[in-house]
Design a binder for this molecule. Sequence first.
Ligand SMILES: C[S@@+](CC[C@H](N)C(=O)[O-])C[C@H]1O[C@@H](n2cnc3c(N)ncnc32)[C@H](O)[C@@H]1O
Length: 462
Amino acid sequence: MTGQVDSEGNLQTTNPETSGRYHSAWLSMMYPRLFLARQLLTDDGIIFVSIDDREVYNLRLMLNEIFGEENCLQQVVWQRHGGGGNDSKYFATDHEYILSYAKNLHAIDRLRRPLTETEKTAFKQKDDYYETRGPYKTSVFEPMRPDNPAEGLRYEIECPDGTMVYKEWGQKETGFLKLKDEDRIVFRKKQNGEWQVEKKIYLNESKRVPRSLLTKVEKNPKGRRQLREIFDSDGIFSNPKPVGLIKHLLQFSTNSDSIVLDFFAGSCTAAQAVLELNQEDNGNRQYIMVQLPEPTPEKSAGRKAGFETIDEIGKERIRRVCQNFSESSGFRVFKLSPSNYETESNSETDEKPTLFSELEGTLDPLREGWLAEDVLYEIILKEGYPLDSAIQPVKELTTNTVFCITTPNGTQSLHICLDEQLTETDIESLDLSKDSVFICRDIALDDTLAANLALQCRLKTI
Ligand SMILES: C[S@@+](CC[C@H](N)C(=O)[O-])C[C@H]1O[C@@H](n2cnc3c(N)ncnc32)[C@H](O)[C@@H]1O
């Protein structure tokens, strides 16, 4: 679609390993995309790039260059297979990498994820704070590094029967007193009669640091099963990532309002992960999936199921997954296409404009066969409105069709009319103010109407 070809004119979507310039071609394809990705990230944004070991070293160098070595968070190892591969000649490769970079390391907080259901089962005890802190478990109040304890850990603690125990503890005395004050310390009598001091750890306050070695998150076969469940057919897309893997990454890298972009979206696992996570933690994350209309391999299960291109698989997956969620989880699909404006869409061709075509251009710049929906979205983009803006036709107009475009947060709006002629009565009933933006076609206005509108509101014409 974007016409990216190598020097021999081959499309760069497929990069045969037999090509002599395999690494070079791959790097040339990735560099502009990653460069742009960095620009699209928020200041506290994080990128994850999943990759196998053929390109991981080149990718790391390239990411170091684009994001800065200091912004590398981790080269995560994800175990994608739990066994099998006995037919491999040398090694069975069980893992892949996920390179993770911050746009700006100083702008991000500590990374923490909520506990998994299995981890939660360890919290079994209840006390008077159950309502707010949830159930708790205890851990022995002793130094984290017994061989090399920090300074100031040795002091005396008085136990319930008045016994004084003098040794090294888990925190300095001020820390201990604060914990005791908040009722977070438990004294337990051991079988040998000695006291054991323990600290309560509450479920509602517990988070986990993400680890660099992922052995327990979902693996490849799970991703395959998940896709099979959705499409009732196996192998629609080869090696889809498991939803749980993407969810795991999102849990510690996003907050409830984050926007998740996957510009190699494939079967759109990431969209499903966002939808599921929102459901689980009441979040409001949004997703943007980008996928080239790359043809599905001939005779593949995807092609046999009627999917000519990969983006069709992704779209259908989102459609099906959305059915399990509330109405607020809708989505819009856009195709990259030439401008609807004659001058811009022609700029790529060699055709010289004739005087007549130029005159015609000044009459109406819209390309022949334009569709209202396409033009509306082009204007929305050009005016800097997000693509998920609300588009509502203004009711109670007699002749004209006017659309009111409102940003998702409802703070800004504009009016667009694409009719060939405007009627004064309809314009008046729009109730435009000095700050209202009204966009219409130049040909729709006569001089008087244009002058009046320009006085009444911020008029823009196409
Ligand atoms: C490994 S898949 C993504 C899988 C996806 N995360 C999933 O689990 O469903 C990578 C995708 O990138 C797309 N792709 C390949 N080369 C590309 C290029 N040069 N530009 C943009 N996308 C490309 C392919 O069409 C493919 O669908």
